[in-house]
Design a protein around this ligand. Sequence first.
Ligand code: AMP
Length: 286
Amino acid sequence: MEIVRRLARLRELSRDARADKRKLALVPTMGYLHEGHLSLVRLAREMADLVVVSVFVNPSQFGPGEDLESYPRDSHRDAELCKKEGTDVVYMPEASDVYPRGFQTWVEVEQITKSLCGAFRPGHFRGVTTIVLKLLNMVQPHFALFGQKDAQQCLVVERMIRDLNLDVELVIGPTVREPDGLAMSSRNKHLSADERRAAPAIYRALTTAERLYARGEREAARLLEAVRDGVEAEQLLKLQYVELVDTEALEPVERVVGRCLLALAAFAGETRLIDNTLLGEERRGE
Ligand code: AMP
């Protein structure tokens, strides 16, 4: 496994692989890797000959007052974990290389970035799409792998790929959870013992909604109420939003028709946690 810091070297590896007709996969991450990330690396390993994991805490997707400074980092451990999973290249660029002096070009998906997390994190998805497009240009992968845990991010990246005719296949891996249901996240490290005990209520609330749906409930208001009640039953959790939206426009629906995304964000102390589930059937052609 090679740890690459310079773009010129990354391009060389990518060009050589493509010249040899080898398939490349990119797993973009912000590091402090856990099983959620590693499940994507494994999936990438099955699909591609050259697996590139990028580790970069992207400053442009953090808003003022968000946790850029305190975001957990451990590049040594990240490299070890990548190596164990058979990664070929770990790309760990310097922020000054990614955003050189004078940088002023941004990519913005206009509409579906306004709802859900986007409503509370203005500019976040602009930072995400810009860094993802930059990484896709740098690595030129055949496959780019993302986790369903960040459902809106997946839909926004999918929209960008379609809108900009990018020649890459988006692959979405399922959410990996702790045994008690808490979605794995680098930010979980910041949870106090009490917050950690409270956090799985988020997943339990989502599974309550799934059960109601399985029993025939289709009304958004009822499903949302169940999630709200489940999260708010935990005093240490503060719900930021819970919404039921369609998976095209990400607009609120009144009833589950076709495939819908039930997504939420909640704070446990200072730590912002997100989770989601998909309800309903995919319509034909989706
Ligand atoms: P991050 O380092 O948090 O930016 O995440 C990098 C990638 O890993 C994104 O595509 C995330 O959606 C994905 N990811 C993070 N947590 C999980 C998880 N618990 N299960 C599956 N994928 C995840």
